[in-house]
Design a protein around this ligand. Structure first.
Ligand code: FES
Length: 260
């Protein structure tokens, strides 16, 4: 089902770490709204169309609870748009357009894994879309191991514990876990597939390791977006199979298509 626009009520909006906030909103699928799946995103806007910033903020789905009919976003407060999102309080509302993008094909990942474990690799706020991914894959019987890289203090990892057999952390500062890059502790040959989201430099490193090990890798890209719906071509990226829009053809791509 394609994206819809909906004025959603904020249920909770809390900061869980410096500049990292988690917002839960009501998303009533029982009223006909499409259910999102892992790797999709929404365009969020809590300000009028004649107010700045001009563009809505694309934010990936962190979690979706079908029973409670709630969507959760984990987002980093960077500039004016996300500052305005941070200021929202329970009971207020914002405009959501989505779910957008292709997301992860979890059925295909489960088929590829065929009972072998899958590695999920996140970097910083790139861990946000991986929670719903782990929830969906775990529900489908997939064995998962999570690898995460952060600058200093990790956040939100306790949410992954019900779904992942192991959680490994690397930090640039050495404050928690391995002191170094997450790519230094990842061994793709131990896995049936690797799924990643985070900074481009990290995903490029993950893709390179997977390529060398002959292990399939899917990467979720981030781009500045205007429409979020494939109409403006503002998020076009060049892949080995031609130009693609990150918002509509992606954000999830086979890593070998987008990285050298
Ligand atoms: Fe408009 Fe992707 S943001 S085509």
């Amino acid at each position: 089902m394609s994206a819809v626009k909906f004025q959603a009520e904020v249920l909770e909006n809390l900061c869980i770490a410096p500049d990292i906030c988690r917002m839960t909103v009501r998303w009533p699928v029982s009223a006909g709204l499409p259910a999102p799946h892992a790797g999709q995103f929404y365009m969020l806007r809590s300000w009028a169309f004649d107010e700045t910033p001009m563009l809505s903020r694309p934010i990936s789905v962190h979690d979706y609870d079908a029973e409670k009919e709630t969507l959760t976003f984990l987002y980093q407060v960077k500039r004016e748009g996300t500052e305005k999102l941070k200021a929202l309080e329970a009971g207020q509302s914002l405009s959501l357009t989505g779910p957008c993008g292709n997301g992860f094909d979890t059925a295909e990942i489960v088929r590829t894994a065929a009972g072998r474990p899958v590695a999920v690799v996140g970097g910083g706020i790139g861990t946000a879309p991986l929670l719903l991914l782990c929830r969906e894959l775990s529900a489908a019987g997939c064995k998962l191991e999570l690898y995460c890289g952060f600058r200093d203090q990790p956040y939100g990892l306790e949410e992954f514990l019900p779904y992942c057999a192991a959680v490994s952390v690397a930090t640039d500062s050495g404050a928690v876990g391995y002191h170094g890059l997450v790519t230094e502790i990842l061994h793709p040959e131990q896995f049936a597939a690797v799924l990643t989201c985070g900074p481009m430099v990290m995903m490029r490193g993950v893709a390179k390791l997977c390529d060398a090990a002959g292990v399939p890798c899917l990467a979720s890209l981030e781009r500045k977006m205007a429409c979020g719906l494939g109409a403006c071509l503002g998020c076009t990226c060049h892949t080995k199979v031609g130009a693609k829009t990150v918002c509509k053809d992606g954000p999830v791509f086979p890593a070998e298509e987008v990285f050298e």
